[in-house]
Design a protein around this ligand. Sequence first.
Ligand code: UGA
Length: 437
Amino acid sequence: MKISVIGCGYLGAVHAASMAELGHQVLGIDVDEAKVASLQRGVAPFHEPGFDDLLVKNAQRLYFTTDMAAAADAKVHFIAVGTPQSADGSADMTYVNAAIEGLIPYLSPGDLVVGKSTVPVGTAQRLSESVVSSGAILMWNPEFLREGFAVEDTLSPDRLVYGLPEGESGDAALAILDSVYELILAKQTPRLVMNFATAELVKVAANSFLATKISFINAMAEIAEVTGANVTELADAIGHDSRIGRRFLNAGIGFGGGCLPKDIRGFVARAEELGVGQSLDFLRSVDAINLRRRARVVDVVIEELGALAGKKIAVWGLAFKPDSDDIRDSPALDIVENLARAGARVIAADPQASGPARKRIEHAGLASSVTLTDDHHESARGVDAIVVATEWNVFCEEDPTAIAPLVSNKLVIDGRNTLDSKAWKAAGFTYRGMGRS
Ligand code: UGA
């Protein structure tokens, strides 16, 4: 099958390469010339495990361009552009609208347009009229991939969700997408068929649930901090109840990234527009708890060190999660900035994200108080404290006895509750976790 993928960010580029891996001829289209040139050379423009290999392995079936006219050759067109957060919290639909408008002149009757972007409920219905007037069919097929596992999640998803129009065109869309995903469906992947609105809601509901789970455990961390309880032991204990489950109950500095934070805010904004804002009032609390965690870490540092002016602090982690160089809404980067604003000299280390972080630190006017490096050993030299903000394996597995001689004061603040506290204490460190007395 000839496929176009419009939008080549984390979602679109991985989707394009994965569709090629399934044996399709794939054309990736993006307005960003540098990104397209990099992908066309077989070089991933971002860090995502396994993605480079997929690009190289499938180079014969993959082509990247900035020219939307090239989409005329394809029968199935995936819309995978971003829906960033607008100033009022709602999802900015500029790129989705532009992608559909740009694509329409190149559609042929019987083509299938498949929306993958995360959109406010009602979007597919709104866009379908213009797609249908060109003789094509529109459907929505939300994506649930996690950064760091994007390739695996695309090729072996937990489930496939098809949001279909009613009637014959829905049947036709289903048959076409089934043939695109034939090899995935052959692995007994559950495929759930529903209407547009349900499919759109499934995506934001899933991200809202995950965000709620994380903020729930972080709220418990706040209680644990004033009662002498230990939130990790609490999470282990409640997680044994299979109705609750242990996953996404890791307390710490909270969630970030390009999805969870903006999706809950976009969902709240959409519910307000629909007159049911009250239904999602709890998501405002989820957001507020999450943002408090970033401030809490700075408070813990101040509790231990007093005023931060003149203090030197290493922050381990800049990316919003390990195995990614994505710094969008990263709690780690916010903490770096807040420590620097409080007067500290910060040396921040991340194996992948120090390059992407540099621009933001410069933009924030903090280049003179923040040093960025890939090397966490280097960052620890002569510091008064180490703050672990992203749980990269290299940090979690670090031998504290190798770090002890480097620092000038043995204090470690484990923002992700990920270190072996006993080993760090045995090496002479004062250990502070999150949600523990
Ligand atoms: C999230 C969803 O998990 C995906 O299913 C979804 O497809 C994606 O958004 C999207 O909408 O595109 P992702 O943003 O890659 O994926 O990251 P997550 O693995 O969900 O982690 C989000 C944040 O939560 C990270 O900052 C992570 O450190 C934090 N987190 C996660 C916690 O603080 N505690 C936990 O227990 C789990």
